[in-house]
Design a protein around this ligand. Structure first.
Ligand code: ZN
Length: 284
């Protein structure tokens, strides 16, 4: 069995990532739960992320954890534990504000504050960033320059698809260096998609991995490795393996997006972790 697993794996090492936020902090509930109420919500991110760490240990996988500054301050031991177990600590901003809704100064303040909090807990330099809800798009593309100026060296916020909240549909599907000031560049690792009927279909994780059949996701990911010879970037959230999280009243569409197939997610992740090789994004 062990040999079969190893044979099935390709030599390509993909990027595994976790966006560390709680169930009440997602953009889908932004208009339902005000940030001032966050402290009164039941905090489940710590126990769920510890389950994610155990899941990775079972498969001998190291990953990148994009952590909210707010979560890091509420659960500092969690950040230390992520670093202690050999994973990359990276930034998801302070309190999940969409980047295109902030001024340049607000954004610079948000990512600088979060970088300092995470570095003091992890004891390592933080160089990676993922925007809340992939909110770096064509209209605020210059955010990449601000990231570089604030000490970040890579970004993984661009989703090359059409979505009402995010996406640059015609962006590169694979890692690319984006020029910033002074002849320097910042590397962008877009969330993975497959080409189908002339369009990019998201297969890189989250709700897509929960809602689409597992075979479709694994076939798509395997195609990226085998047919295109490239690593893929996969992501999910700790609340996606927590079917017992408190339910928040919402529209039918949000219900499907947030609560759909939560029960199946951990088993799906087990399969994906077994089938493919992974490493933190900074090591790709
Ligand atoms: Zn997020």
């Amino acid at each position: 069995m062990e040999n079969a697993k190893i044979h099935a794996k390709d030599n390509i090492i993909n990027g595994m990532s976790v966006d560390v936020e709680d169930y009440f902090q997602v953009s889908n509930f932004e208009d339902k739960i005000d940030r001032s109420k966050w402290s009164s919500c039941e905090l489940r991110v710590e126990q769920n992320t510890l389950r994610v760490l155990d899941l990775f240990d079972r498969h001998n996988v190291k990953a990148t954890f994009f952590i909210l500054g707010w979560v890091a301050q509420k659960a500092p031991d969690l950040v230390r534990e992520i670093a202690r177990r050999g994973h990359e600590v990276a930034s998801h901003g302070y309190h999940h504000q969409l980047v295109y809704n902030m001024t340049d100064n607000e954004f610079a303040g948000d990512i600088t504050r979060t970088k300092e909090i995470l570095e003091s807990l992890a004891g390592k330099e933080v160089i990676g960033y993922r925007a809340p809800s992939y909110s770096i798009t064509a209209k605020n593309f210059s955010a990449l320059k601000i990231l570089y100026r604030c000490g970040y060296r890579y970004d993984s916020s661009i989703f090359p698809i059409h979505h009402h909240r995010y996406g640059i549909p015609d962006f590169s599907r694979f890692a690319v260096d984006i020029p910033v000031d002074g002849g320097e560049s910042i590397r962008e690792y877009p969330i993975s998609t497959v080409r189908l009927f002339g369009k990019n279909l998201p297969v890189g994780g989250g709700a897509y991995a929960r809602l689409f059949p597992l075979a479709l996701i694994t076939r798509g990911l395997a195609g990226i490795n085998r047919k295109e010879g490239r690593p893929f970037i996969f992501y999910f959230h700790p609340w996606e393996i927590d079917p017992h999280q408190p339910k928040i009243a919402c529209s039918r569409l949000t219900r499907i997006r947030h609560y759909g197939n939560l029960r199946a997610m951990e088993r799906k992740l087990e399969t994906i972790l077994q089938k493919f090789n992974f490493q933190p994004i900074k090591d790709i």
